[in-house]
Design a protein around this ligand. Structure first.
Ligand code: SF4
Ligand code: SF4
Length: 309
């Protein structure tokens, strides 16, 4: 089937999938259908990358319904993306500046901002730091994609020499405080990006928590939705990765990480960290990888003396 020739049946199928992505019930399907029609008007998206591994871009390409080609060609008009765009060199720089001058686009930022070492991240010959300050002023919506862009992530690990920080913190330092939708995750789940885009374009700003995260995806602790929570309550703890039981004593930080991974699952809903036999390492947490005291491992901790935080 060509994505340019979508039948009514396919259209309703996509709508149902998107309703599931957004956590709406079946009764919302007509609303999602309307959202898809709106998206067919191809809103402009400018995707800029700072200090990142591009993992969130790769994760976005794992979106299944709509698939990546449909998403990028049928529903949005991707002006520039350093990995996906065919334009290179001066042409790509021209496209970026033309898009910023025209305004009215959605700005997606992946990766952290090197606040004290601007030369660490150049787009053409211009520091990303300066380009970002121009781009946020003419964007109609701003999305920070992934834990690097939201909270600093791995590039902002203790003692990093670049002053890496998330987009919101960087803008705040510059005295600019536009609303930024924060979609953490290392990488972030494709549903969280696509769902946020759909919500933003059709229903307006999704409800955000105090950290700017859409409540649709980040309102509950992994721990509270965990299939191994009964094991935690019975103090039946796993002794090694892949073992049965709760992973708390092997360092699981689902106890203080807000995301819906254990309900949504990853890779087209095939599996997720904990059901696959590994602890949650808190990749969607604002603390992720920043502080050497962040407990990736907690082997031997006595649960009776630990709050889990
Ligand atoms: S500590 Fe981790 S594995 Fe155990 S119940 Fe909580 S989230 Fe699940
Ligand atoms: S379960 Fe935890 S570590 Fe795994 S993807 Fe979700 S937030 Fe990240």
């Amino acid at each position: 089937m060509s994505f340019l020739m979508v039948t009514r049946r396919d259209f309703l199928k996509y709508s149902a999938k998107l309703a599931a992505v957004l956590g709406f019930g079946a009764s919302s399907i007509p609303r999602i259908s309307e959202a898809l029609i709106t998206l067919s008007e191809n809103p402009s998206v400018l995707w800029l990358q700072g200090q990142s591994c591009s993992g969130c871009s790769v994760s976005l390409l794992n979106t299944d319904d709509p698939g990546p080609a449909e998403l990028l060609i049928r529903y949005i008009s991707l002006q520039f993306h350093s990995t996906l765009s065919t334009a290179t060199g001066e042409t790509s720089i021209e496209i970026i500046h033309r898009t910023i001058d025209k305004g009215g686009y959605l700005l997606a930022v992946e990766g952290s901002i090197p606040s004290t070492m601007p030369e660490a991240c150049l787009i053409g010959e211009e520091p990303l730091n300066e380009l970002i300050l121009k781009a946020v002023r003419s964007a109609k919506g701003i999305i920070a994609v992934g834990t690097c862009a939201t909270f600093g992530g791995i590039p902002s690990a203790e003692n990093n020499p670049t002053g890496a920080m998330g987009l919101s913190s960087f803008l705040k330092e510059k005295g600019i405080t536009p609303p930024v939708i924060q979609i953490p995750g290392c990488p972030t789940h494709p549903d969280w990006i696509v769902g946020t885009l759909v919500h933003l374009l059709k229903f307006g700003m999704p409800e955000l928590d105090t950290m700017g995260r859409p409540k649709l995806f980040f309102s509950k602790l992994i721990h509270d939705q965990c299939p191994r929570f009964p094991d935690y309550e019975r103090e039946h703890f796993a002794k090694f990765f892949g073992d049965k039981g709760c992973f708390f004593k092997l360092g699981c930080v689902g106890t203080n990480t807000y995301a819906d991974c254990t309900l949504r699952y990853w890779n087209s809903r095939i599996n997720s960290c904990i059901p696959a036999g590994a602890p949650c390492i808190g990749c969607a947490s604002d603390h992720f990888a920043k502080n050497s005291k962040f407990p990736f491992y907690r082997i031997g901790t006595d649960i009776s003396t630990s709050s889990g935080h």
